[in-house]
Ligand binder design. Structure first.
Ligand code: OGA
Ligand code: NI
Length: 308
């Protein structure tokens, strides 16, 4: 990561006054120009944020034999998976990260199968974030001339996955990464980080990186590939990565807001109605996700899969 622009930063958007039309403008502008922004005064209570961060630390501090019960081989459900790195089988070097990935089906299912160390806090974080996620998507849709958000809601946010990420201290941080460069396959990602730092975002149309500084109480939002495709390239799903850290453990908790696996995604009719040419085809979302998980974080753009 040779080029880091120390003086630049992604937009920070204050959501305290949602009646101010400026807020939606800033959001749409950030989604177009940066693909990434932070929100403050978003209404998700600070205790909910602190509780889920603490729950993440609690889960990863469990003895290995407790955590391994949730590995792909051992987990009682495919909706709960504990693992390390990204795709160990496909990687030359492992990424310095453990994770617990939780696919939300229902409250009952989560209560029954998610680990006791973190399930209530993870569910609360999802629930309390719902309003702002919907608001953000609605604002982004309005700027695409999609006025009937209700008809798009399930396509945009029909399924959710919450990950607890743990980046342990790395003895040789120069030899690996926390997470390699990638873009998310989500519609939107709603990410809570802690106060350690280390997330870097690619600056559009350059090969330079920008650090995302921890801001107490903030949430990092980024556009994922599914929204780039649906907006026919107007909103940008930008590459990002996490550096390995030689002196601190770090946790982060992204909520990936996704279409449902069986949805067909493609440029929205409203976007194309003025004669704009589609640059992406219609793809089955689960095929798109499969393609993402077939390869390591190799810097090759996942979205090429959907290009015409
Ligand atoms: C991810 C990701 C960033 C972070 O999980 O897709 O990019 O700060 N995480 O953990
Ligand atoms: Ni990501």
């Amino acid at each position: 990561m040779t080029k880091v622009l120390d003086k630049e930063s992604i937009p920070v958007i204050d959501m305290s006054n949602l009646d101010d039309p400026n807020v939606a403008d800033q959001i749409a502008n950030a989604a177009e120009k940066w693909g990434f922004f932070q929100i403050v005064n978003h209404g998700v209570p600070i205790e909910v944020l602190e509780d889920v961060r603490e729950a993440a630390r609690r889960f990863f501090q469990l003895p290995a034999e407790e955590k391994i019960k949730f590995s792909q081989e051992n987990s009682p459900t495919k909706n709960v998976r504990f693992g390390t790195s990204f795709i160990p089988k496909a990687e030359k070097a492992l990424e310095w990260k453990d994770y617990l990935s939780l696919f939300y089906v229902s409250d009952e299912e989560s209560s029954a199968f998610w680990p006791a160390a973190c399930k209530n806090e993870a569910i609360q974080f999802m629930k309390k974030s719902e309003f702002v996620v919907k608001w953000l998507l609605q604002a982004l849709m309005q700027k695409l001339n999609v006025d009937d958000m209700d008809s798009k809601q399930s396509l945009l946010m029909g399924s959710k996955r919450i990950n607890l990420n743990y980046y342990p201290i790395c003895p040789n941080p120069e030899l690996t990464v926390g997470v390699g460069r990638h873009s998310d396959v989500s519609t939107l990602t709603f990410l809570l980080q802690d106060n350690i730092g280390g997330l870097f975002v690619g600056k559009m149309e350059t090969d330079a990186w920008i650090h995302v500084p921890p801001i107490s109480g903030s949430i990092v939002i980024n556009v994922g590939d599914a929204l780039q495709i649906m907006s026919n390239g107007k909103y940008k799903s930008v590459e990002h990565r996490v550096a390995a850290n030689g002196s601190n453990n770090r946790v982060s908790v992204p909520i990936f807001v996704n279409p449902r696996p069986g949805d067909i995604i493609g440029p929205l009719a409203e976007v194309l109605k003025n004669g704009e040419k589609a640059i992406y085809k219609q793809v089955l979302y689960s095929d798109y996700v499969k393609h993402f998980f077939r390869k390591g974080h190799d810097g090759k753009e996942t979205i090429d899969f959907a290009k015409i």
